[in-house]
Design a protein around this ligand. Structure first.
Ligand SMILES: *Cc1c(COP(=O)(O)O)cnc(C)c1O
Length: 406
């Protein structure tokens, strides 16, 4: 039998290794992988009692699974949330958080700078069901105040945002939202629970793509929704149980083991990202660098008030537009071109032609995304190798005319 844990709260590193652990009757060290679709009952009466809710017993892995429950326990412990449900993808988590809460006639206010698919849900999907939606510039509190001067049901925001690393004032927006009658849902993917805890600033629900830093090694997709126990059990759980965005126990197990090193990976990636941002800012080819903890970030103070480090992403504008970006990205020899982020491998993205192609030129301009914008997810490689690769690619991408003149 497992020993009972000491009666005091664990620190994050401990929660990431131990949180949610449930040992089976075999006393295994590592978290067990329950790769089973269903569960059996001792008797017909036990099946009846389970379905009636008078006995706790696993029924079917769409409703619940022990490996998945361990992952939920671990993420909830880290976040300091009452309850967690994990899903097959981050988008399933966002979709379930929104659609379980909303109904026809409701009103949603969201920051404009959202992950592409989150933007699509708010701009395109919700209105189909008679839900009114309004976008605001997340950094502009006057716009939030105006939009939330009328009743609303839900606020969705992302901070830092993708890809421009814009910061939303979590405390101020949560206060405005609550006065308007709305719950606040924060997509906390870019910050991770190690750098920012939105609930401490008033957020009600936090969502994650576990695909990103939680797995962080490019293997599986996953998502998580965290919130008050009552909301998770009464509002979210019936939606998830009956619509089926359930994660595979195998993928949950991979993420569970990935989390064990989150507290080692994320700070190391943040240190690399901060060094990369400083190096890029020195280069003449670069028009601007965005990194939340740099003194030249327009919201550095707010970022420092909400986050414990600047994050693992750096966004910058190359002076030569799309052509310069493509020459630069094609000249990278260590850093990969990929639209993923939060990975141990450094990854470069050109948002205008990939992740933000579909939002259109007008919306990109409003978000500040230019044809010269590059988003860099800084990984775990030696920072000198990352910096060398960036410097060599910038040299190689120098305008052909300039090179011919040398
Ligand atoms: C990746 C991502 C999502 C969606 O997650 P998936 O696991 O790809 O479905 C949502 N929000 C943000 C900020 C993301 O980076």
């Amino acid at each position: 039998m497992a020993k009972s844990p000491p009666n005091r709260p664990f620190r994050p590193a401990t929660q990431l290794v131990r949180g949610g652990l449930m040992r089976s009757g075999f006393d295994e060290t590592g978290e067990a992988l329950f790769l089973t679709s269903g569960f059996v009952y001792d008797s017909a009466a036990q099946a009846e009692a389970t379905f009636a809710g008078t006995e706790q017993h696993y029924q079917y892995s769409r409703f619940g699974n022990p490996t998945v429950a361990m992952l939920e326990g671990r993420i909830a412990a880290l976040e300091g949330a009452e309850a967690c449900r994990v899903t097959a993808t981050g988008m399933a988590a966002v979709h379930a958080a929104l659609l379980s809460h909303l109904k026809t006639g409701d009103r949603v206010v969201a920051s404009r700078a959202l992950f592409g698919s989150c933007h699509w849900i708010v701009s395109t999907l919700l209105p189909r069901y008679g839900i009114a939606t309004e976008f605001v510039d997340g950094a502009d509190l006057d716009q939030w105040a105006a939009a939330l001067s009328r009743p609303a049901s839900l606020v969705l925001l992302e901070t830092p945002s993708n890809p421009m690393l814009e910061i939303v004032d979590l405390r101020a927006v949560s206060e405005l939202a609550h006065r308007a009658g709305a719950i606040v849902v924060v997509d906390n993917v870019f910050a991770t629970p190690l750098l920012q805890k939105p609930m401490q600033f008033g957020a009600d629900v936090v969502v994650y793509s576990a695909t990103k830093h939680f797995d962080g090694q490019g293997r599986v997709l996953g998502g998580a929704v965290l919130g008050p126990k009552k909301w998770v059990e009464d509002t979210l759980q019936p939606f998830i149980r009956n619509t089926g965005p359930s994660i595979s126990a195998f993928n949950a197990w991979v993420i569970l083991k990935g989390l064990e090193t989150l507290h080692l990976r994320v700070p190391a990636m943040c240190r690399n990202a901060a060094a990369v941002a400083d190096m890029l800012a020195e280069r003449a080819e670069i028009a601007r660098v965005l990194y939340p903890f740099r003194a030249d970030h327009p919201q550095q103070k707010l970022a420092q008030a909400q986050m414990s480090a600047g994050g693992t992403l750096v966004t910058f504008d190359l002076k030569g537009g799309k052509e310069a970006c493509f020459r630069f990205m094609d000249a990278l020899r260590l850093i990969d071109i990929s639209n993923n982020l939060g990975d141990s491998k450094s990854l470069a993205t050109h948002p205008a032609t990939t992740t933000h192609m579909r939002v259109g030129a007008e919306e990109r301009a409003r978000l500040g995304i230019t044809d010269g914008t590059v988003r860099l997810s800084v990984g775990l490689e030696d920072v000198e190798d990352i910096i060398d690769d960036l410097a060599e690619a910038l040299d190689a991408a120098a305008a052909p005319a300039a090179r011919a003149a040398e």
